[in-house]
Design a binder for this molecule. Structure first.
Ligand code: ADP
Ligand code: MG
Length: 607
């Protein structure tokens, strides 16, 4: 008999775990800050040297640990945060796996010093490459100080993988920044090689964003506050004038935890579709709270990804909340953040309360309403009353408006009608005055947006009309596309595509939406099918319909040079006021451009 299998010693299993949790200095910092926050710290400072390779030191004023706990904390799977299997479904802390400290200590020279507030002295533990070298008493302020020196000194492969110190320091600072945005009730500082990269004091979210984004940006964000059923969404988002070429300005949090999640990102970008150009990203600080049992954070060791039990609902709630705000184009009329904004607190207490409230709400929901239907995407098949009767009444904010009524009362302010028309320039632009601003309107983009919103409304009422093809088309699909085609055959018919399986992965397309006018229908159906596979039915259909409508809108309005008389201009401006998302054409190009008096004066050197 041969024995091939042995159980690995803990020093090796910790190193293996470190491979997942500790990728680089930034991940060490993330884990340690999470621990400090979980320990109730209100002041956290991070120091590093050589991009965190030589030294990372995190000092907090949290509740600290007793000597026994400090020893235990270095054992694998040792945690104070969960105890039973069922606790896994209701995680309120950032950590719970009990892996970070032993992992980090196994790949560095590690020093943990910690003191509980009511104890006279602290405990210091020195660990080298996972081996405890020394444990002794030490004098220190209450709280915890963890120093990580020579990270990866015993894992040369990992060490080689690190980038230069500046890059690592920048990533580490990003890590601190994300935590800082999530917890305005805690002060943070981050010092790298003696240089201060970040220092923020305790305050509210508004103030925190001023500090981390700069007032120029933060002062032009708009507050979102919305809740549907047990999902609540709060925070700030930018209008089309503040965009970035990467997602670096997008801070999104689920139950207080920073996530980079595909579903969340998609919902945000859907809401901004037609508001900002493709390939541009908004600035957001969004906090999504839902009952902890609804979201599984135990998907990946770094917990940056999550899994939602009701993914389409979260997606649609978020998209709906943002659309509720964006469709009003609040940046046009100078509408700034709502006063409520200041009450949006990103504090540990606020999270816990909100999460608890969400859990409570989900318990109290009548069983039939456990899965509320969110107006917006899924609602294309539902009348507004049906949609809202299955969802809990929204408590606050934008989503209280029925999403269905896009061309509704949202624009009674009449920004465009209030403009004093100066005239037309080049038969392409309308020039207007509003107080001390010169407003230039691209008439093509404006009429395109009006046409698009009107078509959308018509489509909602009458559905998508389809047109039989004279010669049915045979379309070769991939295996997964073909499966989706079969599964969603009836739904596809609803948006005008009639198709039948033709053996193997081939389908026959016999009718297409009239709106496509025969062009690109095959490509469109492919796009829809692959979307259907990736995401929920509702979102994919809405996309398809929107795509169709924006194509026709673009072709249905006059392009280029087109003289307009005053009546036509007034009519266009009035229609703009009845139109949602009026600030940009359906492709995301801006509809208007403002030149302020100050800018003009600067041009003429009067200032
Ligand atoms: P987890 O955070 O998943 O519980 P860790 O390995 O990160 O696992 O930490 C282990 C335990 O050590 C924590 O559960 C906590 O009780 C304790 N701990 C870690 N860091 C701190 C800290 N800064 N202050 C107080 N206790 C801490
Ligand atoms: Mg932890």
């Amino acid at each position: 008999m041969t024995q091939r299998i042995t159980i690995l010693p803990e020093i090796i299993t910790n190193k293996i775990a470190a491979g997942e949790v500790v990728e680089r200095p930034a991940s060490v910092i993330k884990e340690l800050i999470e621990n400090s926050l979980d320990a109730g710290a209100t002041d956290i400072s991070v120091e590093m040297a050589a991009g965190g390779r030589r030294l990372i030191r995190i000092t907090d004023n949290g509740h600290g640990m007793s000597r026994a706990d400090a020893m235990l904390s270095l054992e694998r799977h040792a945690t104070s945060k969960i105890r039973t299997d069922s606790d896994l479904d209701g995680i309120l802390t950032l950590g719970f796996r009990g892996e970070a400290l032993p992992s980090i200590a196994s790949v560095s020279r590690f020093r943990l010093a910690t003191r509980e507030p009511d104890s006279l002295e602290g405990t210091e533990i020195i660990v080298e490459g996972g081996r405890v070298r020394d444990v002794k008493a030490c004098g220190m302020a209450p709280g915890t100080v963890i120093s990580v020196e020579q990270l990866f000194f015993n894992t040369p492969a990992r060490l080689k993988f690190l980038r230069n110190p500046e890059t690592e320091a920048a990533r580490a600072a990003d890590s601190v920044l994300r935590m800082a945005v999530s917890r305005a009730d805690t002060s943070f500082s981050c010092i790298s090689d003696g240089r201060e990269l970040l220092r923020v004091q305790r305050g509210d979210l508004q103030r925190r964003l001023d500090q981390v984004l700069g007032r120029d940006t933060s002062g032009r964000l708009h507050a979102v506050e919305s809740s549907i059923g047990d999902i609540s969404i709060t925070g700030f988002i930018s209008g089309p004038s503040i965009v970035r070429s990467t997602t670096s300005g997008m801070f999104t949090y689920i139950n207080g935890r920073f996530v980079r999640d595909r579903v969340i990102q998609h919902a945000i970008m859907q809401a901004y579709r037609g508001v900002i150009d493709r390939g541009r990203y908004p600035v957001t600080a969004l906090f999504i709270t839902l009952p902890p049992g609804e979201v599984d954070v135990n998907v990946h060791p770094t917990k940056h990804e999550v899994r939602f039990r009701r993914q389409p609902q979260v997606h649609d709630a978020l998209q709906g909340a943002l659309e509720g705000l964006l469709r009003r184009s609040p940046w046009l009329s100078g509408e700034r953040q709502s006063p409520r904004a200041t009450t949006i607190a990103s504090t540990g207490q606020a999270y816990r309360e909100r999460i608890a409230a969400a859990a409570q709400a989900s318990l109290q929901m009548p069983s039939g309403a456990k899965h509320p239907t969110f107006p917006g995407r899924t609602a294309s098949y539902l009348k507004p009353q049906e949609a809202s009767s299955t969802s809990q009444a929204p408590t606050v904010g934008e989503s209280a408006e029925p999403f269905e009524q896009e061309t509704s009362s949202a624009h009674q302010r009449g920004y465009f009608s209030s403009l004093a028309v100066i005239g037309q320039f080049h038969a392409e632009y309308i020039l207007c005055q509003s107080h001390d601003e010169l407003v230039i309107i691209d008439q093509h983009a404006a009429s395109e947006r009006v046409a698009y919103q009107r078509l959308k409304q018509q489509c909602r009422v009458g559905g998508v009309e389809s047109q039989r093809l004279l010669f049915p088309e045979t379309v070769e699909l991939s295996f997964t596309e073909a499966a989706a085609a079969l599964r969603f055959q009836t739904d596809l018919a609803r948006i005008g595509f009639e198709l039948e399986p033709f053996g193997g992965t081939t389908i026959i397309l016999s009718a297409v939406p009239r709106l496509t006018e025969g062009t690109g229908a095959t490509q469109l159906i492919r796009d829809i099918l692959s979307e259907l596979n990736q995401r929920g039915v509702s979102a994919a259909f809405q996309d398809a319909v929107d795509e169709l409508l924006s194509r026709i809108a673009c072709h249905s309005v006059v392009r280029g040079v087109h003289p307009l008389d005053t009546m036509q201009i007034t009519e266009l401006l009035r229609s703009m006021d009845e139109t949602d998302f009026a600030a940009s054409c359906p492709h995301g190009r801006p509809v208007s451009h403002i030149v302020t008096l100050v800018e003009l004066e600067k041009t003429f050197k009067r200032r």
